[in-house]
Ligand binder design. Structure first.
Ligand SMILES: [Zn+2]
Length: 446
């Protein structure tokens, strides 16, 4: 069984808005049962959903025939380091929120993010709730098992929500991290170092495996010439040696181990396939500063050059098969897109990620569950990812039913974060301001 994880970031003691608000004629999306309700009245008070009968005279009424779902969580997000300046940090947070993401798990934290987490929790800064890792554990930061133990203790003491594992760890260091983290009750998640391997991660209590790291190596049979050779970026060098018939067994083992996966598949798809010009010209790119866009282009061209000739499509196909098999086997999948990594626009990327889960074999409801109810369960936060009285009022109002077409999650009419309502106009104004700052020549039209 998984150890329970104490998440301070989602503490419920603070509410952002003391007012009352009622949604009239909204249909509620239930990702668990895959059903949508008849038009109902849903009431919000002090940042929580309450029984509709309790609010006779609300401060505000939103009368809309739209579809209401819990806010999404992005489990592999990145918050820029505070040294880049407040504006860029705030713009990144706003991009998440404007795309219906009300919780993010920052996967490369720093001291400044601890304060930011608090400011987001009490409403001083607008944005999603923040769960944050500390600085990463990797071959540079971890020189020995005892250094690893010290670093775990220091980060747990500092109040980070989880430990971020990066590549380059040796098994001895990994075991020292795992053992100390479990003793202290702190989650450790992220990459699987080549020397550690998937088996050790599955045999430990690692929280999440991110990017489907470690699986590619396990798909190469021991008698294949590529077995044990340099895997390259997420095992893309090994594609020719991968045997897809090994996927179901790996999926079954993952389900049995109870380790969750955060696939970040949209990142890999943008890296490996698709027309670079078309990717660069997407409307969402208008929110990304010009210099960053230029860097992204350069870096993705470099990544493409490192993918063995003609293997990109197959790489993506195998990864999609793995996502489908993990789901089929009952292994937990948690929504995460790794924005703002190269080509991944915060917020926008999560909708692409959802579309890919559906293309990989999940139903639209099951895809929505990866970003709502699955995450609430993973974090042991039952008042998140739900729409009943007592649940937090982190909500997304959609124009069309996402259970019929997952692409409908992009049609956002408004977002509520702890009771504070952001209608389409308010979101658009924020997005326009971000686009203007990003580039004086490229303002996206909405
Ligand atoms: Zn990342």
């Amino acid at each position: 069984m998984r150890c329970l994880i104490a998440i301070v970031a989602l503490s419920l003691s603070l509410s952002l808005d003391a007012g009352t608000l009622v949604f009239e004629n909204v249909r509620l999306i239930d990702a668990e049962s895959g059903t949508v309700s008849e038009p109902v009245r849903l009431a919000v008070r002090d940042g929580f959903i309450v029984d509709a009968d309790e609010i006779a005279e609300p401060d505000a009424v939103i009368d809309d025939s739209g579809y209401l779902m819990p806010g999404l969580a992005e489990m592999h997000a990145h918050v820029p380091p505070m040294r880049v300046g407040d504006q860029q940090v705030h713009d990144t947070l706003m991009l998440y929120l404007a795309h219906g993401i009300t919780t993010i798990r920052g996967m490369l934290g720093e001291t400044g993010h601890l304060e930011l987490r608090q400011q987001l929790a009490n409403g001083e800064i607008t944005g999603p709730r923040l769960i944050t890792s500390g600085p990463s554990f990797n071959n540079n930061t971890v020189s020995s098992p005892s250094a690893a133990r010290d670093m775990v203790r220091a980060q747990a003491e500092a109040g980070y929500d989880l430990l971020k594992l990066h590549p380059g760890l040796w098994p001895e260091a990994f075991h020292a991290i795992a053992e100390t983290a479990e003793k202290l009750g702190i989650d450790y998640s992220g990459h699987i170092s080549v020397a550690v391997g998937l088996d050790r991660a599955l045999d430990s209590n690692q929280g999440t495996i991110d990017h489907l790291d470690g699986y590619g190596q396990k798909l190469v049979p021991e008698d294949h010439a590529l077995y044990g050779t340099d895997p390259g970026l997420f095992a893309v060098n090994l594609v020719e040696g991968m045997d897809e018939s090994l996927i179901p067994e790996l999926a079954r083992r993952t389900a049995e181990a109870g380790v969750a996966n955060v696939p970040t598949q949209s990142l890999m798809e943008n890296w490996a396939i698709g027309d670079i010009d078309a990717l660069m010209e997407r409307e969402a790119m208008g929110w990304i500063p010009t210099e960053t866009r230029a860097q992204w282009r350069e870096r993705v061209e470099d990544i493409r050059n490192r993918i063995p000739e003609g293997q990109g499509e197959r790489f993506i196909e195998i990864r999609r098969a793995l996502i489908g098999a993990l789901h089929e086997a009952g292994a937990t999948i948690l929504l995460g897109a790794d924005a703002p990594q190269i080509l991944q626009v915060p917020g926008d990327a999560i909708h692409h990620e959802l579309e890919i889960y559906v293309a990989s074999g999940l139903s639209p409801a099951e895809a929505l569950a990866t970003g709502t109810i699955n995450i609430a369960r993973y974090l042991d936060q039952p008042v998140h990812g739900c729409l009943e009285p007592g649940c937090v009022a982190d909500l997304v109002l959609l124009e069309a039913n996402p259970l019929e077409d997952i692409g409908s999650t992009r049609g956002i009419q408004g977002v509520m974060r702890a009771g504070e309502w952001f209608d389409r106009k308010r979101l658009d104004q924020a997005l326009e301001a971000i686009a203007e700052r990003a580039s004086s020549t490229s303002v996206p039209r909405r």
